[in-house]
Design a protein around this ligand. Structure first.
Ligand code: F6P
Length: 341
């Protein structure tokens, strides 16, 4: 078969490992030929493609980013986008497409599937917010980076008897904050799923100072206060209509400084969480997803997404994966809460 591959949406560590997994499985197992589309959905939309063979994927396993490039191009917003993709796939004699992405990219994959285009999905995102899979690759690496940052912030916070706030990504899901906060022993973790009470947060910060330590807080970029007064948004939206988040850490630092009379500083980790080499966990998960995506193509399971359930790789419907966002459940947040203050 000739299989097309694309990586869409925000990049994350492990994309190259997934591409390498597909090409090895397809070439060695089935004699497949691969076509790599550049920059997410822009590639098939504009017929921007290049051959992808074993040589092209040699040495890419540990590399962050994606050799195919990525974008947030949304073909559903382009008049006749689906038909153009269908025509371009036919012109390039591509039999099936593997789309690697998060909810936006896979939402387009679902629309293509419903329009009769043979497509299989592979889940990726540092946010870990896709339903149907226990984990997405990219998440473990992002959490590792956030934990290292929080550990480093702790030593300088202790020296200066300051509050330090570490703002992490995750969009509308608090998974990165929850895991990195738990792993670094944060004095509080603020997530979008549970609006925070400023009095409570202030009490955690003061309790930490009273115990003779400097508080380090991990705050998700999408966290917001109960009153709805501290969330900062630029108002800018991407092609999928998402508001660009960020700035809550800075606002919170100012407020905590005012309330506690102690210095408070904030750090926005931003794209540091998405760059650089993938963790071993993400390399293995991404590689396995790549292998199983090619198997799904050969099984004719179009409209499916490969997913991690426990330790096994299964196939779930794309509709299940993109239907609802997987957010942090209250019981998981309560576990982290035991250590606040
Ligand atoms: O979805 C991944 C993600 O990194 C989010 O955590 C973040 O809100 C967003 O992408 C940032 O997107 P961009 O790189 O387009 O600014």
């Amino acid at each position: 078969m000739r299989i097309g591959v694309l990586t869409g949406g925000g990049d994350c560590p492990g994309l190259n490992a997934a591409i390498r997994g597909m090409v090895h499985r397809g070439v060695k197992g089935f004699g497949d030929v691969f076509t790599g589309f550049r920059d997410g959905w822009r590639g098939p939309l504009e017929r921007d493609a290049a051959p992808l063979d074993l040589e092209a994927v040699d040495g890419i396993l540990p590399l962050g980013g994606t050799i195919l490039g990525s974008s947030r191009t949304n073909p559903l917003k382009t008049g006749g986008g689906i038909d153009r993709i269908r025509e371009n796939l036919a012109a390039l004699e591509v039999d099936a497409l593997i789309a690697v992405g998060g909810e936006d990219t896979l939402g387009v994959a679902l629309a293509l599937h419903e329009a009769g285009v043979p497509v299989v999905g592979v889940p990726k995102t540092i946010d870990n917010d896709l339903s149907g899979t226990d984990y997405t690759f990219g998440f473990d690496t992002a959490v590792g980076i956030a934990v290292e940052a929080a550990d480093r912030l702790r030593t300088t916070a202790e020296s200066h008897h300051r509050t330090l706030i570490c703002e992490v990504m995750g969009r509308h899901a608090g998974w990165i904050a929850l895991h990195s906060g738990m792993a670094s022993g944060a004095a509080a973790v603020l997530v979008p799923e549970r609006p925070f009470d400023l009095d409570e947060v202030t009490a955690h910060v003061e309790a930490r100072f009273q115990a003779g330590h400097a508080p380090v807080l991990v705050v998700s970029e999408g966290a917001r206060p109960v009153e709805g007064s501290l969330e900062l948004q630029t108002g800018e939206r991407d092609a999928f209509g998402h508001v660009r988040l960020g700035g809550v850490g800075e606002r919170l630092a100012g407020e905590l400084e005012r309330r506690t009379g102690r210095e408070a500083r904030s750090v926005v980790l931003g794209h540091l969480q998405r760059g650089g080499p993938p963790s071993a966990f993400d390399r293995v998960l991404a590689t396995r997803f790549g292998l199983h995506a090619v198997d799904a193509v050969h099984a004719g399971e179009y409209g499916a997404m490969v997913a991690l359930r426990g330790t096994g790789i299964v196939r779930v419907g794309l509709a299940e994966a993109v239907g609802t966002l997987k957010t942090v459940p209250p019981e998981r947040y309560a576990e982290a809460g035991v250590f606040f203050g």
